[in-house]
Unconditional design. Structure first.
Length: 700
């Protein structure tokens, strides 16, 4: 697409339908999931073209989770058009409604309601247009598959395309129209194939690295060997001698440009830079002791009863410390951007989860108004929270301005690891106890640097204190490496601690892990997913350790409830853990695309095996030791167990988050299964073979 603003883009679409509302639109959007800056003009969300095709505009992006399909399903139902007739335009800051970004499982929950209302209002306006054209009362008309027809004589009909053909029509809707009830849906709540499936499997899908512009060059960017290092000197003469290479420097930014990406990288390797590198005060081996010094101010998340008063009378009190190391995002596609700087417009094609934030970052770097910058987001090859930051886009824009030609920056894998904002290293301290009847009597929980999600227990306990210190929002001075959101931020760490400690209490009470949890769960959604998981898993459950290798975990994340039961096999000699089976039940309210939702749960469980069993970023001060997948281990196909996903039919509840709600369970359910298998209680993530073997040797 060439550079154009929203007005030009809409004009280029030709005839279409524009809906104006006399009702209080802001009141319509003032629903529980709204108030997030979405525009009151419902035309911002869709346009119906002369050919009857529908363009769906959203500031959300598609990074492999299938929201392009789910959003299209929601609009197709409200407009009464075939799913195949909808063309999503995503993450284009010139034509899409402004959006904070694609993260937190918020796309369907928060963007879905205004999109549905826009579709309902547009359908109502089309019926009014058809009533005028056909000379029939609007009450006698209905819609189906992109047509308005007479209920008494279906042969009398007109298509949406015919209604808007060759005209710039404006309809003023006086009466608010509500979206369809779930029972009326023909497209939602039914499995739908991904609308981008053919593009993906044929290789036709275009990512930021696939975009080409005339005269463009590829940039290889110099980076320091460690965070905190300062450049003492740089010699670029050898790089400049490479045929076709061009060295650019703008303050701290040094790069080599070339018409070929590999030639740019080879020329960069000839740059000789000397650096002052701070001494390594903290490493991955000392990080937890470091974090527990000079603790930040505590934030109270929950407090009821009196933990301190209950502790002396509690039986079987257990105290534990749970740890997790830094974890990388490691997306398949590294951070990539192509920037084109022209006198009146800057256009950047970028792999990002936050197009509008990227636009503003670029504008600040180039000292131009945000309106002068257009960010276009093609398909994104994975993000997991790591592509909410847009340094590569800023680098590309700065270099394009200097070079006077379009410039692409595509980080090599070692730069992806270096510039990543990791899931934070964190510590959780828990004290809990039982009363004389074997019920939970107290729960004292403090999470350090993980964040707050998942920290509050979903179980009934009379005496509770939950505190949080620090988090992933903004870099803490105690964190030696940059941190940020990682799929289900904070919840992976906190749920690991919560569900591991609950398992300790079940063992102390002499109860099996399912019945102990059910005895302390009041929320019916939580009880239902756990009961269904137990039924699907089959068999009976015994107090741990039973030697069978069965683990249980339950959580509530982004509005969804999940329960998982896993079975593992532990090699006592090597410490190797093989997860053999996981049953996961999820209640996410209304399910827009059951097929996509099931894939999301499977993806969470598979990705979770990485942080549970292997993923850990090693570092020495500001130097990131792991630079590629030869040392940083992701889950392998051979690790993937038998996965059984059950989705709860709960259409009475609005759609909840499904993109990350199952992943917090994985660390805990595997740890609990390991304990049941061999009696070893793992408290540090990842649970590598060495740590499992050490725990076995300690006698649990």
């Amino acid at each position: 697409m060439s550079t154009m603003d929203r007005r030009e883009f809409v004009a280029a679409l030709g005839g279409g339908l524009t809906v104006l509302l006399s009702v209080d639109v802001r009141a319509l959007l003032a629903e529980p999931d709204q108030g997030r800056g979405y525009p009151a003009d419902l035309n911002a969300y869709l346009r119906i073209g002369e050919d009857g095709r529908v363009t769906l505009f959203t500031g959300k992006i598609e990074m492999g989770q299938g929201v392009n399909t789910s959003l299209a399903q929601m609009l197709a139902d409200e407009l009464d058009v075939p799913l195949a007739s909808i063309d999503p335009v995503m993450g284009d800051t010139d034509v899409c409604p402004s959006d904070m970004g694609t993260f937190g499982s918020m796309t369907i929950r928060f963007f879905g309601p205004p999109l549905r209302r826009a579709g309902a209002e547009a359908r109502n306006a089309l019926v009014e247009l058809a009533a005028e054209k056909l000379g029939l009362p609007a009450e006698r008309l209905d819609t189906r598959n992109g047509y308005v027809f007479d209920r008494q004589n279906a042969a009398v009909r007109t298509s949406y395309g015919e209604l808007v053909k060759g005209q710039k029509l404006v309809r003023r809707v006086v009466t608010a129209v509500s979206p369809e009830a779930v029972a009326e849906h023909d497209v939602c709540n039914r499995p739908a194939p991904r609308i981008d499936a053919r593009l993906k499997v044929t290789g036709a899908a275009r990512y930021a690295g696939d975009i080409r512009r005339p005269g463009m060059q590829y940039a290889a960017v110099l980076r320091p060997p460690a965070h905190g290092a300062t450049m003492r000197s740089v010699d670029t003469s050898a790089a400049e001698s490479v045929a076709g290479a061009r060295v650019l420097r703008d303050g701290d930014l040094v790069a080599v440009l070339h018409a070929l990406p590999d030639a740019a990288a080879q020329a960069l390797a000839r740059v000789k830079a000397e650096w002052d590198i701070p001494a390594a005060a903290v490493t991955d081996r000392t990080i937890f002791e470091h974090l527990q010094q000079e603790l930040p101010r505590a934030q109270s998340l929950a407090e009821r009863g009196s933990v301190d008063a209950a502790a002396p009378g509690a039986l079987k009190v257990a105290e534990a410390r749970y740890l997790n190391h830094y974890v990388a995002h490691a997306p398949i596609e590294t951070h990539t951007a192509l920037a084109q700087v022209e006198p009146e417009k800057v256009t950047v094609w970028v792999s990002t989860q936050t197009p509008f934030s990227a636009r503003d970052e670029i504008a600040r770097a180039l000292v131009v108004a945000p309106e002068k910058v257009r960010v276009v987001t093609p398909f994104v090859g994975g993000g997991f929270g790591g592509k909410t930051y847009n340094l590569q886009a800023v680098q590309a824009a700065r270099l394009a301005k200097l070079a006077g030609v379009p410039v692409q920056v595509c980080w090599p894998r070692r730069d992806e690891f270096f510039h990543d904002r990791f899931r934070p290293a964190a510590v959780v301290r828990v004290r809990s106890g039982l009363d004389a009847s074997g019920r939970l009597a107290l729960w004292d929980f403090e999470t350090l640097y993980a964040g707050t999600n998942g920290a509050e227990p979903i179980y009934e306990v009379p005496n509770v204190r939950v505190m949080a210190r620090g988090g992933w929002q903004g870099n803490s001075p105690r964190q030696p490496l940059a941190v940020g959101p990682w799929r289900a931020p904070a919840a992976n760490t906190n749920v690991f601690a919560v569900e591991s400690q609950i398992d300790r209490m079940a063992t102390a009470a002499g109860a099996d892990p399912v019945s102990f949890r059910l005895a302390h769960l009041a929320d019916e959604r939580a009880r239902r997913v756990l009961r269904m998981a137990a039924e699907r898993f089959g068999g009976s459950f015994a107090p741990a350790p039973s030697g069978r290798g069965i683990g249980v975990a339950v959580c509530n994340e982004v509005g969804a409830f999940d329960a998982a039961i896993a079975q593992v096999q532990v090699d006592r000699a090597t410490g190797r853990v093989q997860v053999q089976r996981i049953v996961c039940v999820q209640d996410m309210g209304e399910i827009i695309n059951p097929h996509g939702a099931e894939l999301q749960v499977e993806g969470c469980l598979t990705m979770g095996l990485g942080y549970a069993l292997a993923e850990q970023v090693r570092f020495e001060g500001g130097r990131v030791v792991d630079e590629n997948f030869d040392t940083y281990q992701l889950p392998r196909f051979s690790w993937v167990p038998q996965l059984e996903v059950v989705l709860v039919d709960n259409p009475g509840l609005a759609p909840q988050g499904g993109g990350e709600s199952a992943i917090p369970l994985v660390g805990a359910v595997v740890a609990n299964a390991i304990h049941d298998a061999c009696g070893a209680r793992l408290t540090e993530l990842p649970m590598t073979p060495a740590r499992v073997r050490e725990a076995i040797e300690r006698g649990g």
